[in-house]
Design a protein around this ligand. Structure first.
Ligand code: TNX
Length: 532
């Protein structure tokens, strides 16, 4: 194996020592273990980075990150090296040792090495994030960080149906996940108000389902709806999606696509009315809520969904495919002859069991392609598909039941994970869907329900923040709602509950603001006063 040697030249930076000495205070999520030593490492123009092929993603990321500050100056000879250490048993774990002679990053996998780089990045001045860092040699206090995550699923969701966001924004969102060591981006691509993924076999999804006539501006609960009178919408082309998935991969973020079924399907049915039970022409929804026109469990629907999934699988290599499953009113199925006949011939009890039949059929299809389904907790009703992972949003009792039955679960309860809820009681908060979820409450979340034994709690893969965008028309507003709550969530899924400390988090968050500023991320910055 050839060791890559990259010469680094780093600008002279005069006033950095205070910053590096508070190194511990900078890391979010906080590392599991950090010890401080005497002395310091000086990152200079002479610093070299050494890594072998296996760690090239992390190594290249680090050299790219440091490069903007490059300028040949005379400095101390020193090195940053990546070392394979198979004794680090957590595949996402790593060790960083900073001593006066070198920085050594150890990991057993490429992903662990990448997370080491994200920590090292947070030990450097925030100005580095702008790519325009100008300064002199940077001193980093000698330290040893031994770190690994508590949960294997560390997710963040984004709804692009209710409002759509640019490819650049999606990449920026993924960048933010990466720096926080979050490893999953749940991309909510289809819903009643818009279908946002190009499916070549069904062009009307692009022509019709991707656009709605008007956009609701006021709150859906009051009667003063205002409309801007323009068509709203768009979709991501398959090329754009491939680009995003590849971008995420380089940051060790898995993209899980969500294709909603059988509910939240009005946009698709508007383009292909035969997918609904009535066959009537309907419109892409222009209001928010839960709608009665859902996919009919007929052959046309199953063919359509299998065709759609075939294209989805080509684009997304993730093990999990999210099939939605939430909020599917059974009104249409109750009044549909075909559905009632199917209930009889399949020996089902009711429409809930029919939904389970629907989901299980799609699960079999995806399992046959080597994938697993994940769905919202309604997929428990009427019997859970055998290999399904369940994403809990309505509370934790179902999660307990599912975990006890040996199903994997991901926790996203509205009580702690809904970043579309208000984050403060201030009257200046932008209009949002309702609810109240302050930063401290997010931080206090423990993904493992109390009722589970240690053995059962292994089925809790982790947790996720959800960003439903009914009331987030702009990218700035998405960021405002997501930050800093995402930072709190990153620590919820990285640390054991007993290692969390809200006051300490808040003090690190204050410092982290500079990094968010440098990254151009809009955040809510007045929400973390500590009571008492
Ligand atoms: C419920 S959570 C929904 C979404 C809404 C959200 C608003 C879930 C699976 N379904 O369709 O956007 O509430 O908070």
């Amino acid at each position: 194996k050839i060791a890559f040697v990259l010469l680094l030249s780093v600008f002279i930076f005069g006033c950095v020592e205070n910053e590096v000495e508070t190194a511990k205070a900078l890391l979010i999520p906080a590392p599991v273990n950090q010890e401080f030593r005497d002395g310091q490492f000086v990152l200079s123009s002479e610093t070299t980075i050494h890594f072998e092929d296996e760690f090239s993603v992390a190594g290249n990321f680090l050299s790219e990150f440091l490069k903007p500050g490059l300028k040949k100056t005379k400095g101390v000879e020193n090195r940053i090296s990546f070392v394979k250490d198979s004794t680090i048993s957590n595949p996402e774990g790593y060790t960083i040792e900073v001593n006066p002679i070198r920085i050594e990053i150890s990991a057993s996998t490429a992903q662990g090495a990448f997370y080491a780089v994200q920590s090292l990045r947070q030990l450097l001045p925030a100005q580095f994030e702008t790519g325009k860092f100008k300064g002199k040699d940077i001193a980093i206090s000698a330290t040893i960080i031994r770190d690994y995550p508590q949960f294997q699923y560390r997710g963040m969701h984004l709804d692009v149906s209710r409002h759509m966001f640019s490819v650049d924004f999606i990449k920026k969102y993924i960048d933010a996940l990466a720096i926080l060591k979050m490893n999953t981006f749940h991309w909510h691509l289809t819903d009643d108000q818009g279908w946002r993924i190009e499916i070549k076999k069904y062009p009307k999804l692009q022509e019709i389902s991707a656009y709605r006539d008007e956009t609701l501006i006021g709150h859906y609960s009051d009667q003063r709806h205002q409309f801007d009178g323009k068509k709203y919408g768009g979709f991501y082309t398959q090329d754009e999606i491939k680009d995003i998935v590849a971008y995420a991969k380089k940051r060790f973020v898995t993209v899980i696509p969500e294709i909603e079924m059988p509910g939240h399907a009005q946009a698709a049915i508007a383009a292909y009315p035969e997918l609904g039970c009535t066959g009537e022409q309907i419109e892409v929804a222009t209001k928010w809520g839960v709608f009665e026109d859902i996919y009919c469990p007929n052959e046309k629907t199953f063919t359509f969904l299998e065709d759609v999934l075939d294209e989805v699988l080509e684009l997304f290599p993730s093990t999990y495919i999210h099939i939605g499953g939430d909020e599917a009113p059974k009104t249409r199925w109750k009044n549909c002859e075909h559905c009632q006949a199917l209930i009889k011939t399949e020996g089902l009890k009711d429409e809930h069991e029919l939904q389970s039949y629907f989901i299980t059929k799609m699960e079999k299809y995806l399992n046959s392609k080597g994938r697993q389904i994940i769905g919202w907790d309604e997929i428990l009703e009427g019997g859970l598909a055998p290999n399904a992972t369940v994403m809990f949003w309505r509370g934790t009792s179902g999660a307990v039941e599912a975990a006890k039955a040996g199903h994997n679960v991901v926790m996203t309860p509205t009580s702690h994970c809904y970043f579309d809820y208000y984050q403060s009681e201030s009257e200046d908060e932008p209009l949002s869907i309702g609810g109240f979820l302050p930063l401290e409450k997010v931080y206090g979340f423990n993904p493992i329900p109390e009722e589970l034994t240690e053995e059962e709690s292994k089925y809790v893969l982790g947790a996720q923040g959800n960003v439903w965008t009914e009331y987030m028309p702009t990218e700035d507003q998405v960021e405002y709602m997501a930050f800093p709550r995402l930072l709190a969530m990153s620590e919820v899924v990285w640390l054991k509950p007993e290692n969390k400390n809200y006051e300490d988090f808040v003090s690190r968050l204050e410092t982290f603001h500079k990094r968010l500023d440098a990254l151009g991320i809009n955040y809510a910055n007045h929400l973390y006063e500590i009571d008492g």
